[in-house]
Design a protein around this ligand. Structure first.
Ligand code: PMP
Length: 335
């Protein structure tokens, strides 16, 4: 709470939250909306909201990993998530009165107030909030909200069976993939549902010129000749925070280099190992692509080691990576 002092917009929100608490003592606040903390059921947008019609918004997804032994959350690389969100805001010309630090504090407060003691997912959204017909980015109001909710299992556990999608990944000249821009997720949704209806767990999207880009909500890695290979930022990927974490863990802890280069479709079939990375997914082993078994169809050696290392850092337990952790206990904010 000390840290919140001097942050004007956050202070205003806290003041409003106190008023809200007095009114609704029993209802937990699950959303920060219109500069107030409130129950999700009360956070509503009007049906003319510009972002609802045109996808002119950007979202984030931050994991709060609950460590039941330490009785605390680890918000993993929350600053990096909010830096990326503010970069996407620049692309979309969304202007917000909040800094990265303000957003981190708001999210932490929301989490504490929610009362959860299990893995959570924090979903911020910055959006064109004007009640206005007409597609554009200019002359519109902007707004920012945060939701905290529980995190359903995503792709984890068993090996993932994939297909190559007939949909191509949106190009940087169409909708920049380096931001989590809401409208661009139609591209992911088309590919995901096709994959699902054809009996696969996930789709791999290619760029327009036929190189491997990423999954519908995950980056992709291959192990080839004992090294890691992943598509470069110029192949229309979201530059994932988990991707960056894996590159660093592989180098620092396993002495394995990652080569960022364009990947051909057929390289997918021949890789020794393949896995997805993402905030919801963590590290998920891919066991089959287009009906070809990857490696021996089991979790590969490098993948398993990275999964183990990642599980430790995601809970905030490896002191070498403390700069990635914001540790939050239900009673107090530690970092
Ligand atoms: N690609 C896409 C399209 C995504 O939506 C995500 C999830 N945010 C990722 C990759 C993985 O990014 P991160 O590791 O930052 O969650």
């Amino acid at each position: 709470m000390e840290k919140l002092k001097g942050v004007t917009n956050v202070n205003k929100a806290l003041l409003r939250r106190t008023i809200f608490r007095q009114k609704e003592e029993t209802m937990p606040p699950y959303a920060f909306f219109k500069e107030q903390f409130m129950p999700l059921s009360e956070a509503k947008v009007g049906i003319l909201t510009q972002a609802l019609h045109y996808g002119t918004a950007t979202f984030g997804g931050i994991r709060g990993n609950w460590d039941s032994e330490e009785e605390r959350f680890c918000l993993f690389r929350i600053q990096d998530h909010y830096k990326r969100l503010l970069d996407a805001c620049r692309i979309l010309r969304i202007r917000l009165p909040y800094s990265v630090d303000d957003m981190c504090h708001l999210s932490t407060e929301l989490l504490v107030e929610s009362g959860y003691q299990e893995d959570v997912y924090i979903r911020p959204l910055a959006y064109k909030s004007s009640q206005a017909i007409g597609v554009r980015l200019h002359d519109l109001d902007d707004d920012f909200l945060v939701i905290v909710t529980t995190l359903p299992a995503y792709l984890g556990g068993k090996g993932v069976r994939c297909c190559t999608s007939s949909w191509r990944r949106v190009d940087d000249t169409m909708i920049p993939a380096r931001g989590k821009i809401c409208g661009a997720y139609v591209n992911s949704a088309l590919a995901k549902t096709d994959a699902h209806e054809n009996g696969f767990d996930e789709a791999i999207l290619l760029t327009y010129d036929g190189h491997v880009s990423e999954g519908t909500g995950e980056n992709i890695f291959l192990a080839i000749n004992g090294k890691l290979v992943t598509p470069p930022s110029s192949d229309n990927i979201l530059i994932g925070i988990t991707r960056d974490t894996v590159i660093k863990l592989a180098k620092n802890e396993l002495d394995i280099d990652t080569i960022e280069r364009s990947v051909d479709r057929s390289e997918l079939y021949l890789a020794e190992e393949c896995f997805f990375t993402g905030t919801a997914t963590n590290i998920a082993q891919v066991v089959e692509i287009d009906h070809r078994t990857i490696g021996n169809g089991e979790t590969g050696e490098i993948t398993a080691k990275l999964q183990q290392l990642f599980a430790e850092v995601a809970l905030g337990r490896n002191p070498h990576y403390s700069h990635w952790y914001t540790l939050v206990s239900p009673a107090r904010v530690e970092a």
